[in-house]
Design a protein around this ligand. Structure first.
Ligand code: SIN
Ligand code: CO
Length: 368
């Protein structure tokens, strides 16, 4: 059964989104955990799934990266297991993301699930993304501090960046179905009071630094011919050693022209932002289908499924999936973005099937 999310999005966006943290009591009324601690531990055994165990025994922090075979030696308290991108691997758990799909899909990062024993947690820290943390089974006490660019951060362990003590502006116990929303930059610490599960739905906000670097790489690959600085109106200056402000402006506008080139920018951003942030469950077809085989398969199977959480977006009238452009008419881009499952009715046009063939062979869509 799916959990139903009860959030007034207008109120939330006006008052809280990227403004301040908030506890939304019983946002998932009668919450049912879509995964058990044992199933989560089962995912942490897989090498392609990112997992961590964080312990804090006798005041000493430790963190280890998975895969993990054994949990017996960890004891009954002061540790937690965190598994990244569970939405890529566990269909029931992935249903928890669906209610958040009213927010921009391109900013969605993943569903991280943590299991914690009493006193377990990752310690006080600051994240560089926005997160909705849903409390599943058990209870956790969360302390959230105010935003402050001057907080001192330090490594409590090479894999754990902690923040100095802060005055909480939120100090509350979360029960199953409660959500804590924390915008980027607010220090927080969740200490489990019992055995517990927490579900973190993260939203990423790219930095200018990473965008400039990614765009520069794209330009080097896609605009190989040099665009040279030219100044045919140049005059002699009494200070030839001086770089003039008009020259600085011309250099800047030469560079900005590339960013303002919409075709380049859209193609770069579509490819960049549709790249996965975590491993996906993609199994390429071997041998690949021919077009005729695909038509036969559609007729016999009916439904075609998109790989869970594969990143697919529309920019302008173009579609992008998993770092690649989808060469299809706009109406099909909308259809492919909107529907995770395509039915026989959706798949009646050869143009659509021709466009999909390459991606079905790569494993981005599959028959059951
Ligand atoms: C956790 O679930 O233990 C950590 C979540 C967070 O603080 O970002
Ligand atoms: Co956090």
């Amino acid at each position: 059964m799916k959990n139903r999310l009860n959030i007034n999005w207008d109120d939330f966006l006006t008052n809280y989104w990227q403004k301040k943290p908030v506890v939304l009591r019983q946002a998932f009324p009668n919450f049912i955990d879509p995964i058990s601690p044992d199933e989560l531990a089962g995912l942490a055994v897989e090498s392609e799934i990112e997992s961590r165990i964080v312990t804090n025994k006798d005041g000493k922090w430790d963190a280890k990266y998975g895969p993990f075979e054994e949990f017996d030696e960890l004891g009954e308290s002061n540790w937690s297991l965190l598994v990244q991108a569970v939405d890529h691997w566990h269909l029931e758990a992935a249903t928890l993301v669906e209610p958040f799909r009213v927010l921009p899909h391109w900013q969605f990062e993943d569903l991280m699930i943590s299991y914690a024993t009493p006193q377990g947690g990752v310690g006080p820290h600051i994240d560089n993304y926005d997160v909705f943390i849903t409390q599943g089974m058990g209870k956790r006490r969360w302390k959230v501090g105010d935003r402050n660019p001057n907080y001192h951060q330090f490594s409590a362990h090479p894999a754990l960046l902690h923040v100095e003590a802060y005055e909480p502006i939120i100090d509350e116990e979360l029960n199953p179905g409660d959500i804590l929303y924390i915008p980027i930059g607010y220090p927080h610490n969740g200490v489990s009071l019992t055995e517990s599960l927490s579900y973190s739905v993260g939203f990423r906000t790219p930095t200018s630094q990473e965008m400039l670097s990614g765009f520069a790489d794209y330009i080097l690959d896609n605009v190989p011919k040099g665009i040279f600085y030219q100044d045919p109106s140049m005059q002699l200056s009494d200070k030839p050693y001086q770089i003039h402000s008009y020259e600085i402006e011309m250099l800047k506008s030469q560079m900005c022209a590339l960013i303002h080139n919409n075709e380049l920018f859209i193609d770069w951003f579509g490819k960049q932002t549709s790249q996965p942030m975590h491993e996906l469950n993609i199994i390429p077809l071997d041998p690949p289908y021919s077009f005729d085989e695909l038509v036969e398969e559609v007729a016999s199977e009916g439904a075609l499924y998109r790989v869970p959480s594969i990143r697919i977006f529309k920019l302008g009238n173009q579609g992008y999936i998993h770092g690649e452009k989808l060469e299809l008419p706009e109406k099909y881009i909308d259809l492919l973005c909107q529907k995770e499952q395509l039915t026989l009715d959706d798949l009646q046009d050869d143009t659509l099937l021709q466009g999909l063939l390459k991606f079905i062979n790569k494993g981005y869509w599959y028959f059951e």
